[in-house]
Write a protein of this length. Structure first.
Length: 280
């Protein structure tokens, strides 16, 4: 089969069944009958990622179920403008009154309908099929459990364009932003529910590519710093949630200037808030 072939998970056995990409949904349904689950379809290229994922190779992706994943304005712009994704299909605002999501890295935004509530912009969660009553990242594909994988398998459907927050997991930069430090992963992400069980062992430096990890961490830090500047502008006069995507698009669409703006460090203010405000 070619690289465009796809697979549907047999929801009774959890096994992966391959189909020719020329087959239509009705063709697949005739093969699987009432076992066909169109929302469990995964691509062959996504399955090939398994060989590159190391510790994640046979995992049900508890991290993609447990955590609210902060995204930056750059992530939003990438999804909406270059991947034609609808903002409302992948993004949500997650209340973060205790700062457990932002962790002093992602900015807080306030909105017209809840002016006293700090929100972090995150990837949306949707109900899980594999674990009824739980949720998962919008972009997590899942196959149901089988004998070899009692919790099933999870695969990221946007693996090669996933946010830098995901790319750098589970590491953080040291104080000089030159080295990556692995942090300890708990055994469970939420309340002991098996769906939220995390990594089967602690990560080691050998599990991550040193250059890609550092680069992802640096970009994530830079973009979140820029996003914080945008949050300052938005929070001066919080608007309605439904106008937020347009605001972000205007800012990021004007991120490149044809003039010599802020050519030297002496020309730039600490926040550059005036330039951003003009762009908005």
């Amino acid at each position: 089969m070619g690289s465009s072939d796809f697979a549907g998970c047999d929801d009774k056995s959890g096994r992966v069944v391959w189909f020719d990409s020329r087959l239509s949904d009705p063709d697949v349904k005739r093969v699987l009958g009432d076992r066909f689950k169109p929302f469990l379809i995964i691509s062959r290229s996504s399955v090939r990622i398994r060989s590159q994922m190391g510790i994640c190779d046979s995992c049900h992706s508890g991290c993609c179920r447990s955590f609210a994943v902060p995204i930056s304005g750059a992530d939003i712009h990438q999804f909406t403008q270059y991947q034609n994704k609808n903002f409302w299909d992948f993004a949500c605002r997650w209340e973060d009154s205790e700062g457990l999501i932002s962790r002093n890295l992602a900015p807080h935004f306030f909105f017209e309908d809840a002016p006293d509530v700090p929100f972090v912009i995150c990837l949306k969660h949707i109900p899980s099929v594999s674990f009824p009553g739980t949720t998962k990242c919008r972009f997590l594909m899942e196959c149901l459990p089988d004998e070899d994988h009692p919790k099933g398998l999870g695969r990221c459907s946007i693996y090669h364009s996933r946010p830098h927050t995901c790319r750098s997991f589970p590491a953080k930069l040291n104080d000089d932003s030159e080295l990556a430090i692995l942090y300890e992963i708990p055994t469970n992400g939420r309340n002991g529910e098996p769906a939220y069980d995390l990594c089967p062992r602690q990560w080691t430096p050998a599990d991550l590519d040193p250059n890609e990890t550092i680069q992802s961490l640096v970009v994530a830090k830079y973009e979140m710093t820029f996003f914080k500047k945008i949050a300052v502008i938005w929070n001066q006069n919080p608007g309605p949630w439904n106008s937020f995507p347009e605001f972000i698009n205007i800012i990021y669409a004007n991120r490149i200037s044809s003039g010599q703006v802020g050519n030297s460090s002496q020309d730039q203010s600490p926040d550059d808030s005036e330039s951003l405000s003009n762009a908005a």
